[in-house]
Design a protein around this ligand. Structure first.
Ligand SMILES: [Zn+2]
Length: 231
């Protein structure tokens, strides 16, 4: 499979135009900043710097380096500026582009936690709003999958996403849908303004008595508050 990379194409073209190596580096840096602004502005955390882009017939890979100077320990909440000089790389799949799967390969920094009471001595910096700690997909890609599944169901969503170039299974889509539904129900449950409670029963699998559930609903807003196994 033939892979092309942005820096290779860019530097070869500028070299032919007799730009010096220093000039090529300078123009390339501006080019990467412009690409970040137009394609991922407000999506990718500001401390990530785009290094290169690779493309073959099936996927595009964006390579990012972290330029953070501090990060918050996710276990105790204390800020740290003590870097470990150790990194964590994991590709995160994003919304497909032009029939191709999209991946972000982010080189995340590790920091020491200086809080003596914290159960962890080191941690990987987080990409808040972009990708969760151990996730293989970006948060917005998961939302994109959930939206497709809500329109037509998980299997048709998988087929549609595959046609768009993404690589995602029906099982993963169902998992994202469950997590999103659980969050929604949790937030509905926290509200204390329910005035009329409605009770209904549903069956997750038609004709199977063991999969019956009781559903508690806010009658006025029709929000689901709770689903209990058994009727
Ligand atoms: Zn900590």
């Amino acid at each position: 499979m033939c892979t092309k990379d942005w820096y290779g194409i860019f530097s070869t073209a500028l070299h032919k135009e007799c730009f010096t190596q220093g000039e090529i580096q300078q123009i390339y840096k501006i080019e990467m900043e412009a690409r970040t602004f137009f394609d991922f502005g407000g999506i990718v955390p500001d401390f990530l710097i785009l290094q290169n882009i690779e493309r073959d017939s099936k996927k595009i890979r964006y390579y990012w380096d972290s330029r953070s100077s501090e990060a918050m320990c996710p276990f105790c909440g204390m800020m740290s500026n003590k870097e470990c000089k150790d990194y964590f790389d994991k590709p995160l799949q994003d919304i497909p582009q032009g029939g191709l799967a999209v991946y972000h390969v982010v080189r995340r920094k590790k920091y020491f936690c200086e809080n003596l009471n914290c159960p962890h001595t080191r941690f990987v910096e987080r990409l808040d709003g972009f990708g969760e700690e151990t996730a293989r997909k970006t948060i917005r890609f998961k939302k994109y999958c959930v939206e497709r599944a809500l329109e037509n169901g998980c299997k048709p969503a998988e087929d549609a996403l595959k046609r768009d170039g993404a690589l995602v299974s029906n099982d993963s889509i169902a998992r994202y849908l469950k997590v999103e539904s659980a969050k929604q129900i949790e937030s509905n449950l926290k509200r204390n303004d329910v005035r009329v409670l409605a009770i209904d029963d549903i069956n997750l699998r038609k004709g199977d008595k063991s999969t019956g559930c009781t559903v508690l609903i806010d009658e006025e807003t029709h929000r689901v508050l709770l689903i209990i196994r058994g009727t």
